[in-house]
Design a protein around this ligand. Structure first.
Ligand SMILES: *[C@@H]1O[C@H](CO)[C@@H](O)[C@H](O)[C@H]1NC(C)=O
Ligand SMILES: *[C@@H]1O[C@H](CO)[C@@H](O)[C@H](O)[C@H]1NC(C)=O
Ligand SMILES: *[C@@H]1O[C@H](CO)[C@@H](O)[C@H](O)[C@H]1NC(C)=O
Ligand SMILES: *[C@@H]1O[C@H](CO)[C@@H](O)[C@H](O)[C@H]1NC(C)=O
Ligand SMILES: *[C@@H]1O[C@H](CO)[C@@H](O)[C@H](O)[C@H]1NC(C)=O
Ligand SMILES: *[C@@H]1O[C@H](CO)[C@@H](O)[C@H](O)[C@H]1NC(C)=O
Ligand SMILES: *[C@@H]1O[C@H](CO)[C@@H](O)[C@H](O)[C@H]1NC(C)=O
Ligand SMILES: *[C@@H]1O[C@H](CO)[C@@H](O)[C@H](O)[C@H]1NC(C)=O
Ligand SMILES: *[C@@H]1O[C@H](CO)[C@@H](O)[C@H](O)[C@H]1NC(C)=O
Length: 587
């Protein structure tokens, strides 16, 4: 059983926890939550209009057809912590002309909130398939609102299934005398019919034919459907599943979000340092984490080296108003190609997938969707065989410290490779999946542990090649985070925390060796905050963001034109001070 601690998305940086612990020796765990989370206690401003929060992303490119709007639910999330998820019946819209199928499906989440509240993690599942993992925005006394739009076309088979399904939303919130914010939410799904001209039989031909949930069953659950991974020795095995015998391709889409002791895993202290300085209630295990996925407990099929998403209350909540952190409103998911191991799944027997977090501390919320493509030609049974697989992690660390001051270097690399063939009516195709990871983290503690500087870099590349099949698919990702925090004891039992942050995400995708898209996304932020107990009572935050996307449109649009989007935007406190965006391509 898990300790029934509320799970706000965000908790305090460790340095700050340490400082508080030094200032006031709190009695360990029971107060950890209160200590390590924060929300704002700022006075109302003159403005009476609610502030609109947003995450910078490119607009979803939409077909030139009129969408059917399917309203899914309106619900208030008040005291929802340790309660069953909110459930509603879902059936596909009956009023949509769908003779040509739908070429785009977009989920829209609108929410308002007023008062004071933590950032809360939430998930939305349809028949156990997760459609969205996100974090709420923290309200202010005058109120806030925000919208998350997500292209959910890849979940078409679930969204269009005629079978009766539960749509579940878990957003664990607590409302009391201090934390007054209730999240009021509307969700609609927009179905854009394919125009008919360019649809060679159902616009969404690229989406999977079937998606199996790899998550917890909603029955008797007072939580999200995610699995909870609390330490490095736990491997969670999914419940067993059976796949159709005519499946010819499989991709596992993994959702992950770290919380509590591991929310800022990239800043976690090495254990030597903790032991030497007797910081036993401070989360440790160093700054390296990965999620490892295995099949039937024996074959490592892939790994996830996650991007460092910072939730809206993270580090300094004033940095994320109104521009939210990269990935915070729509957490990134990670694809693992399972086609090479299909041979092991096609035996008609039940199988399971396992998840573990290397060096993990409590708690990681992990689940997945298994996307399957089936052979429609004559329902022929597919056969296959896993030919080769291998995986290896290398981890190095180096420490040099005296007392609370010191320097720490951590390096890591991993490769995972699987290869196997599948014979279906498409022929006998050998698929090879390769993942390459490299990582470095340098951490420096100064001023007797009051300041911490972290610089982390992570490169992730994936390649799927098909011999006797289509063009290879490759993606390269570069994740970076640089964080400097400095805390001082202020007057009247307050703490002053200064922060400088750079958060970067670069992604390039290639098809058959040709680059098809490129994204550069960078946030630089600096701020100061005055903290009293678990409340931020003053300070400032300033954030700049550069977003630059260039790419060919997804195939279903089929006009082959290049679509680009850029946005340069900056904010100070709650105000946007600069905003420029456009669709010009920079060659
Ligand atoms: C939700 O929809 C209702 C009815 O259209 C509207 O009154 C309310 O303001 C909406 N709330 C949000 C958060 O969008
Ligand atoms: C969400 O808000 C947008 C912008 O205010 C509005 O256009 C849209 O209709 C709203 N959708 C829902 C589902 O309430
Ligand atoms: C790890 O977590 C599991 C529950 O997920 C628990 O049963 C086990 O005792 C924990 N192990 C350690 C070493 O803390
Ligand atoms: C370490 O901290 C614990 C709890 O604060 C305290 O009881 C213990 O005496 C300390 N040990 C040393 C060696 O300082
Ligand atoms: C450790 O750090 C100290 C102080 O910065 C430095 O003098 C010393 O050379 C370092 N030792 C190593 C092995 O790097
Ligand atoms: C499919 O191709 C692989 C690799 O060429 C081969 O080893 C295997 O025997 C073939 N399977 C069938 C059923 O033809
Ligand atoms: C990531 O890749 C870049 C470019 O190849 C390289 O300069 C950098 O050292 C790599 N970083 C890590 C941590 O491997
Ligand atoms: C110190 O804090 C207390 C309690 O929050 C408050 O009543 C008092 O006015 C504060 N004093 C100063 C000088 O800020
Ligand atoms: C942000 O607001 C605080 C008051 O909440 C103010 O002291 C500070 O000067 C403001 N900072 C900026 C950059 O406007």
């Amino acid at each position: 059983m898990t300790t029934p601690l509320p799970s706000p998305a965000s908790t305090l940086p460790l340095l700050f926890l340490l400082l508080l612990l030094l200032l006031h020796p709190f009695p360990a765990i029971a107060n950890l939550h209160n200590l390590r989370t924060k929300s704002l206690k700022l006075p109302p401003t003159h403005s009476t209009k609610p502030t609109e929060f947003f995450e910078v992303t490119k607009p979803i490119s939409l077909p030139n057809t009129i969408p059917c709007i399917h309203h899914i639910f309106t619900h208030d999330f008040a005291s929802t912590f340790v309660k069953p998820p909110f459930l509603t019946n879902y059936t596909p819209p009956s009023h949509c002309p769908s003779s040509h199928g739908f070429s785009k499906i977009v989920l829209e989440w609108n929410a308002t909130c007023k008062g004071r509240q933590f950032d809360r993690i939430f998930g939305l599942w349809l028949g156990g398939v997760e459609l969205l993992r996100s974090c709420t925005a923290e309200p202010r006394p005058n109120g806030i609102l925000w919208t998350v739009r997500k292209d959910v076309t890849k979940y078409s088979s679930s969204l269009l299934s005629k079978r009766r399904q539960d749509l579940a939303v878990f957003l664990g919130n607590i409302v009391d005398g201090t934390y007054t914010g209730i999240y009021h939410v509307n969700v609609s799904i927009y179905f854009y019919p394919a125009s008919g001209e360019n649809s060679g039989g159902g616009g969404n031909s690229k989406a999977a034919d079937l998606i199996l949930p790899i998550s917890r069953n909603v029955e008797n659950l007072n939580d999200g459907l995610w699995f909870q991974i609390e330490n490095s020795s736990t491997r969670i095995e999914s419940s067993e599943f059976t796949i159709p015998s005519n499946a010819y391709r499989a991709v596992l889409e993994v959702y992950v979000s770290p919380h509590q002791d591991d929310e800022f895993w990239y800043t976690n202290y090495p254990n030597d340092y903790i032991v030497a300085n007797n910081l036993t209630s401070t989360p440790g295990n160093g700054p390296f984490r990965e999620v490892v996925v295995s099949l039937d407990g024996v074959i490592t099929v892939g790994a996830v080296w996650p991007f460092t998403v910072i939730y809206t209350g993270g580090i300094n909540p004033l940095l994320w108003r109104p521009i939210s952190g990269i990935g915070s409103f729509d957490l990134p998911t990670y694809d693992i190609e399972l086609t090479p191991v299909l041979g092991n799944l096609l035996d008609g027997k039940a199988h399971s997938l396992g998840f573990s977090v290397t060096n993990g501390l409590s708690v990681w919320f992990v689940d997945a969707n298994l996307h399957l493509w089936v052979d429609r030609e004559g329902e022929k049974t597919t056969e296959g065989k896993l030919v080769a697989h291998g995986s290896e992690l290398g981890l190095t660390s180096d420490a040099n410290f005296t007392g609370l001051n010191g320097k720490f270097e951590t390096g890591a690399s991993r490769w995972v490779s699987t290869e196997g063939w599948v014979k279906s009516s498409n022929g006998n195709i050998t698929t090879r999946f390769d993942q390459r990871f490299s990582y470095s983290n340098s951490m420096e503690m100064g001023k007797g542990g009051d300041s911490q500087r972290v610089k982390q870099r992570c490169n992730v590349s994936d390649k799927v090649s098909f011999s006797g099949g289509g063009p290879s698919l490759r993606s390269t990702n570069r994740f970076s985070v640089e964080l400097y925090t400095d805390s001082k004891a202020g007057r009247n039992n307050t703490v002053l925390l200064e922060t400088r942050l750079a958060l970067g995400l670069g992604n390039r995708r290639f098809r058959g060796g040709k680059e098809v898209s490129r994204l550069g996304n960078l946030q630089r932020a600096r701020g100061e905050m005055v903290v009293q107990g678990d409340l931020v009572s003053g300070g400032f935050g300033a954030t700049k963001q550069w977003y630059n996307y260039g790419g060919e449109e997804e195939e279903e649009e089929e006009d082959g034109s290049e679509k680009c989007y850029f946005r340069d935007v900056s904010s100070k406190n709650y105000t946007i001070v600069h905003d420029r965006q456009g669709i010009k391509c920079h060659k």
